[in-house]
Design a protein around this ligand. Structure first.
Ligand SMILES: [Zn+2]
Length: 375
């Protein structure tokens, strides 16, 4: 009798556990589905806007005064000898040094570089045939998504390497791949020069300009930036300019850079000289004259194999700048060691227009600025 009673109790306990488990699992699944659905909705919103695999640091409904994080790299060229090195290999063959814990830009909202060439179907080369003639297949550029890249400036002297068809295919391919891009061919300012990107309810105007063979119309550039500054929360200008292999930026670059800050640019990121040029802070806003090469096949000197990546964390009141200099070996960049970084930042500060205070900050690898005031 007692035994039967115990069995009954046992059955009841087991039944209670089983039913309870079903209840808990179903609740959990319901919550998990809800989260998954909500999470993927947020992600697809972001992907529609930014199409990136960047880890989103800020939620969709974040207040508008949250910091925005950017990371910018120099010239990116995957044709010629880089293409030969990469033949039959994934892009990680060159970028494995910057994976995992070394992917210091993983938290950035916008990760960009200067795309020094056309993105044509199958990487095809079209007329005209230039001495330096760059084209990349879309599949290769798509691999950059895994590294968090979601913006390219195409305003440079190689965008038109594959003629007008190359320009059109680049835009089509970058759009299909879900990248943001801005910039027209050298010296041209048109509707492609500005691309608005929304991150955490903030609108950022990404402007691309190039003045290699000819200067662009400065007044038109100022107007473009002025309008953008009225219509958006932040204006970032990527500009292709300067003399190749010169660490010292020119007076001409400085005049134009400063005019663009006066017109409303919040930061200027320069490329083209294939080596790093100095920087300055003008009206509380940074101008980086050249970030040098990021991935390029100019193996002939140390200077062309040293590049600078710049992190910007911008809030309405402050801008924080981080420097991560890179060293390349046969187009494979890696972080500089502490000793190399110290030596490099010393050189970088000597190329910059900096008083002793800014010089000290540059050498420390971090600059804190109060926005909207003179440094
Ligand atoms: Zn260039």
């Amino acid at each position: 009798m007692w035994k039967i009673k115990f069995q009954k109790a046992e059955i009841l306990i087991v039944a209670f556990i089983v039913l309870g488990s079903f209840f808990i699992i179903s609740r959990y699944r319901y919550l998990a589905d809800d989260f998954q659905q909500y999470g993927s909705e947020v992600l697809s919103n972001h992907q529609a806007i930014l199409s990136s695999q960047t880890q989103w640091r800020l939620p969709e409904n974040a207040p508008a005064d949250n910091d925005l994080r950017f990371y910018f790299f120099g010239d990116l060229m995957l044709d010629r000898h880089v293409g030969e090195r990469l033949a039959g290999q994934p892009l990680s063959y060159l970028l494995s040094n910057l994976d995992g814990a070394n992917k210091f830009w993983a938290e950035a909202d916008i990760v960009g570089a200067n795309l020094e060439g056309a993105v044509t179907d199958n990487g095809a080369h079209y007329a005209p045939a230039n001495a330096y003639d760059f084209a990349f297949p879309p599949e290769r550029i798509a691999e950059l998504k895994a590294y968090g890249f979601n913006y390219f400036t195409s305003a440079n002297n190689h965008f038109s390497d594959q003629g007008q068809i190359g320009v059109e295919e680049t835009r089509k391919n970058l759009s299909e791949l879900g990248f943001n891009y801005s910039g027209s061919t050298d010296a041209k300012i048109d509707e492609y020069s500005r691309k608005d990107v929304i991150v955490s309810n903030q609108k950022i105007a990404m402007i691309g300009l190039s003045m290699v063979y000819n200067d662009f119309d400065l007044e038109a550039a100022e107007k473009l930036i002025e309008t953008a500054s009225l219509e958006t929360d932040l204006v970032i200008v990527n500009i292709h300019w300067g003399t190749e292999y010169q660490h010292q930026f020119s007076k001409h670059q400085q005049n134009i850079g400063r005019s663009l800050i006066e017109a409303g640019a919040d930061a200027i990121i320069g490329h083209h000289p294939h080596v790093v040029q100095g920087m300055e802070i003008y009206q509380g806003k940074p101008i980086f004259y050249s970030l040098g090469n990021f991935i390029f096949d100019q193996y002939f000197s140390e200077d062309t194999q040293e590049g600078l990546s710049v992190g910007l964390e911008i809030s309405p009141a402050t801008t924080t700048i981080f420097f991560q200099p890179l060293k390349s070996e046969k187009a494979a960049p890696r972080l500089m060691t502490a000793v190399e970084k110290t030596k490099f930042l010393e050189k970088f500060s000597s190329w910059s227009q900096a008083d002793s205070d800014l010089e000290m900050k540059i050498k420390s690898g971090r600059i804190d600025l109060t926005r909207n005031s003179n440094q």
